[in-house]
Design a protein around this ligand. Structure first.
Ligand SMILES: [Zn+2]
Length: 400
């Protein structure tokens, strides 16, 4: 045999062998997806006499604010297809025009859009301002403290995004974005992700991403130390841009050939959702939604791993974001639609743990700020590194 022919055969064999791990992973993704589908079909219904639950996402961009070429059509289609009840838009500011006035707001299909901004301050902090305003660009000349005060005077929410880069923790903030889906998706290994998406992408794209997520330890520690001092809301941001990918040929009108987009809106909207509790008998409106976010009546679900709708963390009849007193007799209860592992945190420290059940009761160990993380069981180790559900705290005060 000629040398060239031998080399070709060796290369061909190596090329085939290099794909074996991805083919095997496709098989494992398939098993995992089947398990998730059958678990979802058998979810327990959790009663709630006080609240209705709505699902959506916080932190989305379109071409209006730059960093993205995506259109409103793509956004609306993605949100509707993913079944979202709400999308909180957070357009980057522009000196030339009011990006919040130009972005989506109100109902489009079944999805309520809220027009907000992502803003910068003179202290080099980044926040989400909801609703947005024509002042978004000018806020970069004010200190974080003054921005927060101004937003509160105007009845707007000031939410911290990228807490790892936030400096001004004593500024009366309304919420902390403990996990950013765009950042997590960007840090995925694009080489293995490319082959995973070729083998598994059309069937299991959400799982390809979800297996790379890890618990945001540092951001959760920042949230916990702030929440122990001052009530605030835990949330996760999708930071949807629809702009991660690569292509071989393209033109200035945005046409892409031989390309892969890793983060189309619908995919990002299905991976992770924010679940908001709105008092029964009141409709989903911008005002009611922002009140739920401000009060901490929300939880985060990595819903690609199982539909977390129905999760409840309560103390007696109080829910997340509410205050109670240790003098009230009662237990902290956790209700989950699927049997899972639960960790109870008190002031940021692990206080109790349980597994293999869909209902847990914990006696509070004195006054403190209590929240829970829920982890999926039975999906394999790759999905144990990230909480499936993150609750907001219940604040238990000393006996008065
Ligand atoms: Zn953003």
């Amino acid at each position: 045999m000629k040398l060239a022919k031998r080399i070709l055969i060796v290369l061909a064999v190596l090329a085939v062998l290099s794909q074996v791990p991805f083919a095997y992973r496709r098989y494992v993704f398939g098993e995992t997806a089947d398990k998730i589908a059958s678990d979802n079909a058998a979810r327990r219904h959790v009663e709630d006499a006080r609240f209705d639950e709505y699902t959506g996402i916080i932190h989305a961009h379109s071409a209006i604010g730059g960093h993205s070429k995506a259109t409103f059509d793509e956004l609306i289609a993605g949100a509707n297809a993913a079944g979202l009840n709400f999308v909180v838009m957070t357009e980057h500011w522009s000196d030339a025009f009011d990006t919040s006035a130009m972005t989506l707001s109100g109902f489009h299909g079944n999805t309520l859009f809220v027009a907000g901004n992502e803003i910068d301050t003179a202290d080099d902090d980044r926040m989400l301002m909801v609703p947005g305003s024509a002042d978004a660009a000018g806020l970069r000349r004010l200190s974080t403290r003054d921005v927060v005060k101004k937003l509160h005077d105007e009845q707007r929410l000031a939410l911290v995004t990228y807490p790892e880069r936030f400096h001004s923790w004593r500024a009366d903030i309304d919420g902390v974005e403990v996990f950013n889906l765009h950042t997590a998706a960007k840090s995925i290994n694009r080489f293995t992700a490319l082959f995973d998406l070729i083998w598994s992408g059309s069937s299991y794209p959400e799982l390809v991403f979800a297996r790379s997520f890890t618990r945001p330890d540092e951001n959760l520690a920042k949230f916990d130390s702030y929440a122990t001092e001052d009530k605030t809301t835990l949330f996760a941001g999708t930071d949807a841009h629809s702009n991660i990918g690569f292509y071989l040929l393209g033109d200035e009108t945005g046409h892409r050939f031989f390309g892969v987009k890793l983060d189309p809106y619908e995919r990002m909207f299905r991976i992770m959702r924010v679940h908001a509790l709105i008092p029964k008998g009141t409709p989903l409106t911008q005002e009611n939604l922002l009140a739920a976010i401000a009060d901490g009546r929300v939880f985060v679900g990595i819903d690609a791993l199982g539909d977390s709708s129905g999760f409840r963390f309560r103390f007696g009849d109080r829910t997340m974001g509410e205050r109670a007193s240790i003098s009230e007799s009662g237990t902290l209860t956790v209700d989950i639609p699927l049997k899972s592992r639960v960790i109870l945190y008190k002031n940021g420290q692990k206080a109790a743990e349980g597994s293999g059940n869909d209902h847990f009761e914990f006696k509070p160990d004195g006054p403190g700020v209590y929240r829970v993380e829920v982890y999926r069981e039975g999906l394999g180790m790759a999905y144990q590194a990230m909480p499936w559900i993150m609750s907001n705290p219940i604040y238990i005060a000393p006996a008065s």
